[in-house]
Design a protein around this ligand. Structure first.
Ligand code: NA7
Length: 545
């Protein structure tokens, strides 16, 4: 690792010269760093947070937990690493997940190569040297041949959505910026805006502790009850014994989960369909969505039947007609946006101290010093406002950095026009920039995160190894390759109902973001095969120079 004096490095007279720089120390970044180091590259990571964990470092709000089973939310490249960690329940919670990420960093001795507390401000490709110059907001400079962005799918929280946020006299905070020391909500009047996967986890968790909870509901969600048994030695042994099976199967399924679509709707009688839906519902996981009937993603009628099945379940739990109107979705199909798992979420609204406020009827006008003022003038007085309003998904982490490729082109300007990548792994015009969790790959939304990020980072490691072995300096997809991938992506996505539903999956939650289904909907397994084909072809369609 060389430190050289470099002119123009601001207050910092030193620049760190590397073969590869990884942005981010979350699930993808940790493994990427490890792989490139094992390959013998001089590599470092730069991370804005004070420690490893990514999503699981930042999202420490009450109730944060997996909706993937812990035993599939794992690295599968090392059996001992897998088996030496023991989950305490089926869907572990954030503190345990964070401990697991620390375990990974310790076992692989990663921290020594991570610069914490540094936020990347810019990354510019120098066409003369064919290298990236990366600068942090504190003026640290990295000069690197390869740049791998493991900057997160959901790491750019939406900010400043409401007039008057700065005037609020109590605590106001985004769920992804929850203080490490916690926030005492006991006896407080709390308002929460947002009922996505995050809001639901917060609401069901804090309701018993707060004096009053007002939930501002815009788009209701289809929800599925989570079954979350604690694990004793027998359950732990059972899942650990499945290591080889999981390692060999997760990368082949539609969403990187252990289960896959098996039964065709048309092969069953109506009674058999209901029986199967009941079975899936009783599984207490995302199986009903991700391995129930694949047809729900494609056919309006089947989507409606399955949606109605879930609505019936929700109505039966809610009973009250006004709550049903506020909380049961009717305007989009089941599974066309992320389906959250929950534990007593709907019943929470029966508590005397919890109130659902339907903001489709009476919207939020502004935040005022003592609460939230509605369009009809009503003010809800509050001590704390929780913003569970989501993220600029998949693109936001990178568009908040000034990324410039060949000819000074700007990634944020490119993506403001049209969100395009080549397989979510690279982008034409940005040589040696590698992406993970980026648009137009399954990892952008529709995948068990570690499955897709392992697959992508392994592809990137092999690709970088190939560039070096070939004696070349750079690799970049051809314009035609990108055009072909975008066309294939769009064709695949347009066959589904996903693009018709508003959510962060299509970018509609960010004003002005061009609409495109962000996740590749051809399936994680099929995507994996396509990535392998590219590598086996010697990176056909990619230019090495
Ligand atoms: P989501 O799923 O994007 O949910 C955000 C929620 O916030 C959703 O209910 C939004 O309603 C609501 N929202 C956003 N902006 C507003 C405004 N301006 N006014 C009122 N309500 C608003 O984010 P999450 O953090 O819950 O989950 C993100 C992912 O994390 C999730 O998909 C999992 O993969 C894990 P809307 O639906 O836009 O009407």
């Amino acid at each position: 690792m060389a430190d050289q004096a470099v002119a123009g490095a601001g207050d910092n007279p030193h620049v760190r010269t590397l073969d590869a720089l990884v942005i981010g120390a979350g699930v993808g970044g940790l493994y990427q760093l490890y792989q490139l180091r094992e390959k013998g590259l001089s590599v470092a990571s730069v991370e804005a947070a004070a420690d490893v964990g990514g999503t699981w470092h930042w999202n420490r709000y009450p109730g944060a937990r997996f909706d993937s089973e812990g035993y599939i939310y794992q690295y599968l490249f090392d059996e001992t690493l897998f088996k030496d960690w023991t989950w305490s329940e089926r869907f572990p919670s954030q503190p345990e997940i964070e401990r697991w990420m620390h375990y990974i960093a310790d076992r692989l001795d990663l921290r020594k190569d991570i610069d914490f507390g540094r936020t990347v401000k810019s990354a510019h490709f120098d066409e003369v040297t064919s290298r990236w110059r990366v600068e942090t907001d504190a003026g640290h400079v990295y000069d690197t041949q390869f740049l791998v962005a493991c900057s997160g799918v959901l790491s750019a929280p939406l900010e400043h959505l409401f007039e008057g946020e700065d005037t609020f006299r109590g605590d106001i905070l985004h769920t992804a910026r929850w203080p490490a020391e916690g926030l005492d909500l006991a006896g407080k009047r709390v308002g929460i805006i947002g009922t996505g996967a995050t809001g639901i986890q917060v609401i069901q968790t804090i309701a018993p502790e707060v004096a009053e909870l007002k939930v501002f509901v815009r788009t209701p969600q289809y929800v599925l009850p989570m079954k979350n048994p604690k694990y004793g030695p027998a359950e732990v042994r059972a899942y650990k014994d499945r290591f080889e099976e999981l390692r060999d199967s997760l990368f082949t399924t539609f969403t990187g989960f252990e289960y896959d679509f098996e039964v065709a709707w048309d092969d069953l009688t109506p009674a058999q369909r209901t029986e199967r839906l009941e079975d899936l519902y009783g599984h207490g996981s995302l199986k009903m969505w991700l391995a129930g009937f694949g047809e729900v993603f494609f056919y309006e009628e089947i989507s409606e039947e399955v949606s109605e099945f879930v609505r019936d379940k929700m109505r039966a739990r809610l009973k009250d007609p006004e709550l049903i109107e506020t909380l049961v979705p009717t305007e989009y199909g089941f599974g066309t946006r992320r389906v959250p798992l929950e534990t007593g979420y709907l019943e929470t609204y029966h508590r005397d101290n919890v109130h659902a406020i339907n903001i489709r009827k009476n919207g939020i006008a502004e935040i005022v010093p003592y609460g939230i003022r509605m369009q009809d003038g009503t003010v809800h007085e509050l001590d704390v406002i929780i913003l569970a309003v989501g993220f600029d998904g998949s693109t936001g982490a990178l568009t908040r950095i000034d990324v410039r490729g060949r000819g000074g082109r700007s990634l944020s300007e490119d993506w403001a026009r049209e969100v395009r990548t080549t397989m979510g792994l690279q982008k034409h015009g940005y040589p040696n920039l590698f992406l993970t969790g980026a648009p137009l790959a399954p990892s952008a939304a529709l995948c068990n995160v570690p499955t897709c990020l392992q697959q992508q980072t392994e592809w990137i490691t092999a690709c970088i190894g190939n560039v070096i072995a070939s004696g070349k300096s750079t690799i970049e997809p051809l314009q035609q390759t990108e055009d072909d991938w975008v066309a294939h992506h769009d064709e695949t996505a347009s066959a589904t109902l996903i693009g018709k539903t508003d959510s962060w999956w299509v970018g509609s939650n960010v004003e002005g973001k061009p609409r495109r289904v962000l996740a590749y909907t051809g399936g994680a397994g099929a995507y994996n095969d396509k990535c392998k084909e590219v590598a086996e072809s010697g990176y056909a369609g990619f230019e090495m120079a």
